[in-house]
Write a protein that binds this ligand. Structure first.
Ligand SMILES: Cc1ncc(COP(=O)(O)O)c(C=O)c1O
Length: 382
């Protein structure tokens, strides 16, 4: 009944975990869920108020502009200028997205012909792989390993793959490893993309969630980045707006136009009232973002200290709301955590082969729950 491409989809590990979690809950277990990368914090009030006002204005009730409201695209452009020092023409170099997932899912449709290679970091955000599959591209995984600071080794990609490679997905601060990338890596990517005629798609969804004074750069800061690539960004993680579905793509005019052509044919844009609230988010005080980072930082410190007290050798991440921890067998570890302690963590293998041997904790639970989880783990024999 279904098209082959559905058969080719990898098993959706997160659905399996959801099932097990539901089962535990139905057995009366008080499950502590570190599985989902979805902020538990509410969207700041001034943004919610802005949506409510906008939703009452009938002018927002119509089909939105395909590329996004010009005022929203200008707000994105101003935010990028202020935050990263990069200028974009709001009319031609910025596109509104219905969340960055949507942009990532559609971008291969614009650039990849059946049989072209798509490069994507492994482990990585699963949509890099599934969007490649839907466009009938061939996925070439770029393993990211601890010994290389979780950055891909571009010089290890076989020549025959490079010849047919059309697009590359990468994203730092990284989900799931929580690794960060220096600007010098982005410079390397620009050179690499130029040399090999590859569209470089950087996923910067976590740039605002950072700690200890660290500020993540944008790929677009590098000279020449606009000619070879684009960046997907999102209001989801920055302003706790995952449910709202609002993001942006920025980059070179031709590339943005390519993605825009796909979108014009498959969706009708983000609700104008949500875009107006997005303008409020991007243009008003960013104190709410700093406050959220302080909360995550305290949680990170509590979890990392707790895990270290149990004998785990776990790094303290500088960004994202994830803690990526080495274990001997990620599936067994995750099963044991759920069955014996009622704790959900995500096995790294769910993000790709090279994620095996790790588990991911999402610190989207408060400090008290984190302390309780550590107490429950204390009784386990790992
Ligand atoms: C690395 C990464 N990119 C993109 C997304 C998509 O976010 P959204 O579609 O909410 O903007 C996520 C969501 O978890 C993510 O982890």
């Amino acid at each position: 009944m279904y098209a082959k491409r559905l058969d080719n989809l990898p098993p959706y590990l997160f659905a399996q975990i959801d099932k097990l979690k539901a089962q535990k809950r139905s057995e009366g277990v008080d499950v502590i869920d570190f599985g989902v990368g979805d902020p538990d914090l509410p969207t700041p009030k001034h943004i919610v108020d802005s949506l409510c006002d906008a939703a009452r204005d009938p002018a927002t009730h119509h089909y939105p502009d395909y590329t996004g409201m010009i005022e929203y695209r200008e707000a994105v452009s101003e935010w990028y200028k202020k935050r990263f020092g990069v200028s974009f023409d709001a009319k031609t170099e910025v596109l509104a997205l219905i969340g960055s997932k949507e942009g990532i899912a559609h971008v291969p449709e614009a650039f990849v012909n059946p049989g072209d290679y798509v490069l994507a970091t492994d482990p990585g955000y699963p949509v890099y792989k599934t969007s490649t599959l839907f466009s009938e591209g061939i996925l070439h995984e770029l393993p990211i390993k601890e010994e290389n600071d979780f950055l891909p080794e571009l010089d290890k990609i076989p020549k025959d793959v490079l010849k047919k490679a059309k697009l590359m997905f990468f994203g730092y601060p990284n989900n799931p490893t929580a690794a960060i990338a220096p600007l010098s890596f982005y410079e390397e990517v620009v050179e690499f993309a130029k040399e090999n005629n590859i569209v470089a798609v950087h996923d910067n969804a976590y740039s605002e969630i950072s700690f200890d004074g660290y500020k993540a750069p944008s790929f677009m800061q590098v000279d020449g980045a606009k000619e070879v690539g684009m960046e997907m960004h999102s209001l989801s993680k920055t302003y706790n707006m995952t449910g709202w579905r609002l993001g942006m793509a920025v980059g070179g005019e031709e590339l943005i136009a390519g993605l825009g052509r796909v979108k014009t044919n498959v969706d009708s844009g983000a609700f104008d009232a949500i875009q107006r609230a997005g303008i409020t988010a991007l243009t008003s005080s960013q104190q709410c973002v700093a406050d959220a980072c302080n909360i995550y930082q305290e949680r990170r410190d509590t979890l990392v200290a707790g895990l270290r007290s149990l004998g785990f050798d776990v790094p303290s991440p500088k960004a994202t709301f994830y803690v990526w921890m080495k274990v001997s067998d990620s599936m067994k570890f995750a099963e044991k955590m759920l069955n014996e302690a009622g704790i959900v963590v995500t096995p790294g293998v769910g993000f790709g082969k090279s994620g095996d041997g790790y588990v991911r904790f999402a610190i989207t639970r408060d400090v008290e729950r984190i302390k309780e989880a550590i107490d429950r783990m204390r009784g386990l024999d790992f």
